[in-house]
Design a protein around this ligand. Structure first.
Ligand SMILES: [Zn+2]
Length: 325
């Protein structure tokens, strides 16, 4: 094992990327080891013991991402997560990372969930890499980007949920238990009274509150999530009446299965962002498997398929997937 410097905030993997070690201990009170590439295989397989289908999934993901895979596990992590990190100029894959929170009653489920997220890149689903933000919203760019991140994660859940069940897991264990929803009645009252309330931020926020609970209910979180979704829609649409129509169209896109076509994923994601009045992605990235030219390392490239449906954003939902009004 080789010690490396504690990563600097804002660029946590700089030191790791420059290290030649395959197993990365991080110094400090929060010490917890990172594993890279093949070295991650043993701890991952151990967490999936007795789950041969999940182990096969893990083997596939470890082999694909090779040395770009970073994995760590600890009971001190606040939650489990995945992340695909990119270099931007020029575009390239930096890392594919999983952090697994130990000490819960759904360790194998959480790990499989995150592995399924990483597998989407292998299956040809692109990642939104760049959005255009209007000048007047630039001061709120962080909030908007945060909403994009949440929407992307939620939409991916619709792509991986069935496979999660195919691995033999219970649908109620797909998501970590969620905190009770906020008091949307009180929030709506604050919104209506505040002179600083801004519709261009409030509308997407209410849509996202509805959408995240509705999708969680769809993905096994149960009645409590559905009630939160209903409450967010009821309260939010009193402030923004157009929210009712927007959420109907958002639901139609998800329920149509259109997102599951990797070639159309970018188009339909942008369509949902547009319905929420969030800026749309202007650039998408594909992850490619390692080959001779990349030295066996997986790589990322800007999507250039001009025949792809994502470049015909004028297609309407009704025309394209034939859903009724
Ligand atoms: Zn997830």
């Amino acid at each position: 094992m080789k010690s490396v410097r504690r990563p600097q905030p804002g660029n946590p993997y700089q030191d790791l990327a420059q290290s030649g070690s395959r197993e990365w201990p991080i110094l400090g009170w929060w010490e917890c080891r990172y594993y890279r590439g093949d070295a991650a295989s043993e701890p991952i397989m151990g967490r999936l013991s007795g789950r041969p289908k999940a182990q096969a999934l893990a083997a596939e993901v470890v082999a694909f991402y090779d040395d770009c895979l970073l994995y760590r596990e600890s009971p001190t992590l606040p939650s489990s997560l995945y992340e695909i990190g990119l270099h931007h100029d020029p575009i390239d894959l930096k890392h594919a990372r999983i952090e697994l929170r130990l000490g819960t009653n759904r360790t194998a489920e959480a790990l499989s969930h995150e592995l399924l997220h990483l597998r989407l890149g292998m299956l040809g689903y692109p990642m939104g890499e760049e959005v255009w933000i209007p000048v007047e919203l630039v001061p709120h760019a962080d909030d908007l980007i945060d909403m994009h991140r949440i929407v992307g994660n939620l939409l991916q859940h619709d792509l991986i949920f069935d496979t999660f069940l195919d691995l033999g897991f219970e649908k109620s264990r797909f998501l970590a238990p969620s905190a009770p929803g906020p008091d949307y009645g009180a929030i709506a009252l604050d919104c209506s009274r505040s002179p600083d309330y801004r519709e261009e931020l409030g509308f997407p926020w209410w849509c996202l509150e509805y959408f995240r609970h509705w999708l969680s209910a769809r993905h096994g979180a149960g009645q409590q999530s559905q009630e939160c979704a209903d409450s967010a829609l009821h309260r939010g649409s009193r402030i923004h009446p157009q929210m009712m129509e927007a959420t109907v169209d958002m639901r139609r896109i998800v329920e149509s299965g259109a997102l599951k076509d990797a070639a159309g994923y970018s188009h339909w994601t942008n369509r949902i962002l547009g319905l929420m009045r969030l800026p749309q992605y202007t650039r998408w990235v594909d992850i490619r498997p390692g080959d001779d030219s990349s030295g066996g390392k997986p790589w990322a490239t800007v999507r250039t398929d001009k025949r792809g449906p994502f470049l015909t954003p004028t297609s309407t939902l009704r025309h394209t997937i034939g859903t009724p009004c």
